[in-house]
Design a protein around this ligand. Structure first.
Ligand code: GDD
Ligand code: MG
Length: 366
């Protein structure tokens, strides 16, 4: 039986306020929660049982899948206190059904959008008689990731999580957050305390001379853990740059049938517009995520941003790489600075914020 563990217990702090009430893997991406895209890929690869390693807002995962009727068994390994990535794997391994003879287990971070061929990494693991096989990818700036240098045969030489100094940046080859573990290795991780798979388990396995290999590919890959990566990942799914069994085909934008979009508005670049959203005249939405019940007034421009559910953006306001939390209101003619994150329920009055050179007339008489 092919089984998988998905690590979904993190707090998703870099995606706040979107993750204030929703765990990162349950955020909506290209029309479905992100975890559903991952599940669909796993099912396509023949996975029959998935264990979710949950902690933060754990009950919402069971809520999400309570009516799931497809041919996949789902179990939940809940951590009252987060056990770290290694502790989470060991804790989730208790719920695996198969025995040692049942072949290796797939383990995935819950925020990885990837085109990796899961069958290929499983086959590679088997061919090399590996203890662990890590999916590796190359990125222009590896500092936010785990660095994994390998020798010519693909054997992992060391594992360096989030290098701090330029000297530590020994490679641009990074841990892509998808592993194949032989079952016997799982039981070697301590179960009773917090353990980081990246900082403890992998370096220890390498030091012990265990058969730890990398599987480096050039497939599409993105960690959706930051706001910009999140909007880009969603747009890539809509435009077909990234694929998911749940997204029908490349389109310019994914607009929910209950949303109302004025014919003079332009929604492009792989944007998504959620249920009951209202997009006014002359609005431009580019490569952005517009949540359920959001209103965008005439002439608003939304660029590479997320506007979470039940918020509104006033006339001629401009958002660039911004995140607007739910139930917020940005009044007319605001220009939000790039990378701004607005908490839930915030109200910005008309012409309250501007970043470009054009001075705003004083709205009150002193
Ligand atoms: N159950 C559980 N318990 N899950 C956890 C815990 C925990 O204590 N801590 C983190 N997770 C989950 C998160 O929910 C996420 O799905 C996954 O583990 C990875 O955590 P992130 O917070 O997203 O880590 P990262 O992106 O900084 O780094 C990781 O991913 C990179 C690739 O995207 C590391 O694995 C890096 O080595 C890797 O390069
Ligand atoms: Mg991540």
């Amino acid at each position: 039986m092919q089984e998988a563990i998905i690590l979904v217990g993190g707090k998703g702090t870099r995606l706040r306020p979107l993750t204030n009430h929703t765990p990162k893997p349950l955020l909506n991406v290209a029309g479905s929660s992100f975890i559903r895209h991952q599940i669909a890929r796993l099912m396509d690869a023949g996975v029959e049982h998935v264990v979710f390693a949950t902690s933060y807002l754990a009950s919402l995962f069971e809520e999400e899948f309570k009516d799931f009727s497809q041919d996949l068994e789902i179990s939940y390994a809940v951590e009252e206190v987060p056990l770290g990535t290694g502790g989470a794997i060991r804790n989730a391994a208790r719920l695996l059904r198969g025995g040692p003879a049942d072949g290796p287990v797939l383990i995935l971070n819950g925020d990885i959008l990837t085109g990796l061929d899961l069958g290929a990494i499983l086959a590679r693991h088997k061919d090399r008689e590996a203890d662990v096989t890590l999916h590796l990818t190359r990125v222009p700036d590896p500092r936010a990731f785990g660095l994994v240098p390998t020798d010519e045969a693909g054997r992992v030489l060391s594992f360096l999580e989030k290098p701090k100094t330029p000297e530590e940046c020994v490679t641009d080859q990074i841990n892509a957050g998808c592993y194949v573990f032989s079952r016997s290795v799982l039981s070697a991780i301590p179960a009773d305390r917090e353990v980081s798979v990246e900082q403890e388990t992998f370096p220890e396995l390498v030091a012990q001379g265990r058969r730890v290999f990398g599987h480096t590919t050039e497939d599409y890959w993105r960690d959706l853990g930051t706001p910009l990566a999140f909007v880009h990942g969603s747009a890539d799914l809509v435009t077909g740059k990234a694929t998911s069994p749940l997204v029908a085909g490349p389109v310019e934008a994914l607009i929910h049938p209950t949303a109302v979009v004025d014919p003079t508005a332009r929604v492009t670049g792989g944007s998504t517009v959620g249920p009951h959203a209202v997009i006014g005249p002359q609005v431009v939405v580019e490569r952005s995520i517009i949540g359920r019940g959001v209103t965008l007034a005439e002439g608003a421009r939304i660029h590479e941003s997320v506007v979470d559910h039940d918020s509104s953006i006033g006339r001629e306001s401009f958002l660039h790489e911004a995140v607007v939390g739910c139930h917020s209101h940005v009044g007319a003619q605001n220009e939000l600075p790039g990378r701004l994150r607005l908490s839930c329920g915030i109200r910005i009055p008309a012409r309250g914020v501007r970043v470009s050179g054009t001075a705003v007339a004083c709205p009150t008489v002193h």
